[in-house]
Every structure is written in C-alpha cells, then in structure tokens.
Design a protein around this ligand. Sequence first.
Ligand code: ADP
Ligand code: MG
Length: 482
Amino acid sequence: MSDRQYPDQSDSKPHQQDVPGADAPQATNPSPNRADSTAPADDAWERVTNRMRQDIGEAAWRNWIKPLRVSRLEDGTLILEASSMLARERVTSQYADRLRVISAAEYGTVRKVEISLASHQAPRMSQQKRAASNTGAQAGGPLGAGLDPRYTFANFVVGKPNELAFAVARRTAESATVAFNPLFLYGGVGLGKTHLMHAIAWHIREQDPSRHVVYLSAEKFMYRFVQALRFRDTMSFKEQFRSVDVLMIDDVQFISGKDSTQEEFFHTFNALVEDGRQVIVSADKSPTDLEGLEERLRSRLGWGMVADIHPADYELRLGILQAKAERARIAVPDKVLEFLAHRISSNVRELEGALTRIAAHASLVGREITIDSAAELLTDLLRASSRQVSIDEIQKRVAAHYDVRVAEMFSARRARNIARPRQVAMYLAKTLTSFSYPEIGRQFGGRDHTTVMHAVRTIESLVSSDKRIAEDVQLLRSLIAS
Ligand code: ADP
Ligand code: MG
C-alpha cells in the first residue's frame, strides 16, 4: 500500500510553471559544498531521478538528468546544478517542467526548480548567456506554454481504439520533415486528443529544440485574435503564427461561429501549410461533421491525415487503469481494476478520477481496497455509467420498435428492413454499454467487429441526416436508458 496518490494530479496548472528563464543562474552565488547540501534530500532526489528515467527514457536521462546535482533546497525552491552551460540550457528548456512536478510530489515542499551552473563553470556563463536565452525562448516560446508534463507518448496506453491516432501522432513527432499536413485528430471528450498533441510537442522539443512548436487551444487562439483586433495589431498576430514550424490548435470545434476568427484561422492555416510547416488540429468531430465551420475550412481540414480515437473499450480501459495505478504506485487488486474497467464509461478522465479517489481513500484508512469498498466509494461515478444495460435488452427493444423478430438480430439476412434495425441495435449497444466492438459482434450472431464499426458509423451519420432515424434512436435510447 502506498500513501502516494497521484502526486502529479495535484498540479493541474502546468502553465503556471515557476521555472526561471534561461538567464537566471546565480553567478554570484556559488553553490555550497556538495557533501552537506545534498544530505537532507538524497532519498527524494533518488526518487525524482528514477521517475524521470521512466518518463524520458534511458538515453535522455543519462545525458541530462543523471549528471545533475542537488545544490540546495531553499524556500520551496530546489536548486540543481548542471555541469555545463549546454546542460543547463537543455534541462531548463526541456525537463524543468517535469522536474518541478515530480519534485513537488517527491519532496512535498518543492514549488520551484532552478537549474544553476556548477560553481566551477560559473565564470564562463556571462559570455554564453545571450545564446542560451535565445534558444530557451524558442523552445519554450510565449505561445508554447502550458504543456502538461504527464502527457507524453510513454504515458499513453495504446489499444485498438486509439492505435491509429497514436501511430500517426508518433510519426508526425518523429519525422524531421512534414509528415501529414494537416494532421487532424478527432474523438469524444476525454479520449486522449490533448494528451497526444502534448506528446507530439514534447517529443519534438526533445529531438530538436530549434523547431518552434506552438500549442494553443482554439479558445486561446480566438482570444489572441480578438485582442489583436482590439489593439489593431493583426499584423504581429499573423507574424507570430507564421514564424512557427509546428502549429497545434486543440479543440477547433470552438472556432465555429466566429466568422472573422475562422477567416483568420483559415488564412494562417493556409499560409503555414503552403510554407511546408506542420499543422496539427484536434476536434470532437470529423472535419465533415464540424457544424458551424465554413465549408471551405472544413474541407481544407480534411486534406491531410484524419485519424479518430474511438471510445476506450474494456481492454483499453483496463490497460489504462493498470498503467496509471502502477505509475502512481497505488496498490489496487486486479479484481478491483477489472471491476472499474467494466463499470466506468469510456471517458478516460473518469477512470483517472476513480483511481485517484480510491488511492486517497486507501491511504487514509490504510486498508486494502476491495470491490465492495470501491463500489461504495464511487457510487456517483458508477451511477452515471451503470444501470448495466444489456445487449439482450437493447435487441428486444429495437426489434419491438421496428416490429421485427428478435431472432433477426442474429440472423444473416441483409434486407434493408432488417439490416437497418440491426444496425441501430449495434449502434445503441456501442453507445449505451461498455462492450467492445468484437464483444458486440459476438452477441449479434458472431459478426466481425468491422461489421459493428460500420453499423455504428452508418447510424452515426444517418442520425444527422435522416430525421426518422434520429427520432427512432432518441426514442429507443430513452426507453432503454431509463
Ligand atoms: P481529450 O483532449 O480527448 O478530451 P485528454 O487528452 O485531455 O482528452 O485526456 C483525458 C485524460 O485521460 C488525460 O489525463 C489523459 O492523460 C488521459 N488519457 C486519455 N487517453 C489515454 C491513454 N490512452 N493512455 C493514458 N492516459 C490517457
Ligand atoms: Mg482536450
């Protein structure tokens, strides 16, 4: 049992980092003798570096983190010494965020991390100061703040529902040139779009800090644009964006409606793409389904690579829970994790919330968590996604509604008047239960999972184009879910 409950979670505002800029070394303040300064913090530092090693991989860790020395801990600021100017700059621009979050968790008292130069290196510093701060600004960039240090590829659990999105995200991050342009990631709430975008940004920063990566929510993008309009400074607004190598805009569905912002987005977007810069966009729907977006923008967004993230199925939910429990070092019996994976919806954020709560509880009462105690602790969460709807029940309701025999749900007949109700039932099974595509296929007369996926997509699109189907689905949904 561990008393560590999602330490990173305590920090949900990564952009409020207190990491100093590249020109904050303490040249006039040589660090004290190493032997006495590290003494109180050794254990915690050991844990910090171990976690960093897991997060960033062996090679990067050996190059940049392992050589760091704890200088001192002062008023909540952990001061680390780097052995060279280059190392200091690298660590400051790429790892300081993560070091701060992890140190905060492991030391308990750390709020800030500063990287200074080991004292024997200090005299060289002033000459190189300028160069260092330039690079720092490029990598960090005023537009690029706000990346969550937990959102890395290493922390992303891959399963069937997200493997395509993961693969293209990785490819985009790894290629030195523009891979897919634009890369359009879409999927429902809490399925990992933002996580993947941050992961791309982290990866690029790590590989090539000179590439100027900018990550923005669509809301921020609009806010900046409106501000620029107010101050009649749209020129420099454009310049800011046009100088980036990789532009990421998260949740573009929020750009819909505002005509002038759409217009600006469209032009910025075109300028970047034509200039061979990588553009990455996320949304909650596919480009064609983005309502409120101008037609030309919608079609433009779909030109590159479009990858969707499907709701997490049981296997993926379980995988995520296992990974998160392990990472946070919370001891939760497998049975309990399986129970949670079964009973909590596909929204990964809710899974995380459940785990955090269980961990907090376990550390307070100091007793091993059981299925019963988990169920009791999470009544509200489970209620939302529970009322375990069975596929059986869905099939009966749908058959009755369309006046076909329940047996047709399993039959091989493909006549429209039978196939359509069957597709509706599959769609409802997917959206109202937590069964995976293969599981649903099995319950519909042993059909292949691709048949189910096709059915779900067909009904999804019919719901927006065919009023009758939309009404059927709505009615059935309310009958079944009530
Ligand atoms: P979205 O942007 O699609 O709404 P997020 O990227 O914010 O979703 O993900 C919600 C939460 O779930 C985040 O804490 C994220 O780290 C986590 N998450 C989502 N998918 C995964 C995954 N496959 N592996 C690990 N964590 C995930
Ligand atoms: Mg998001």
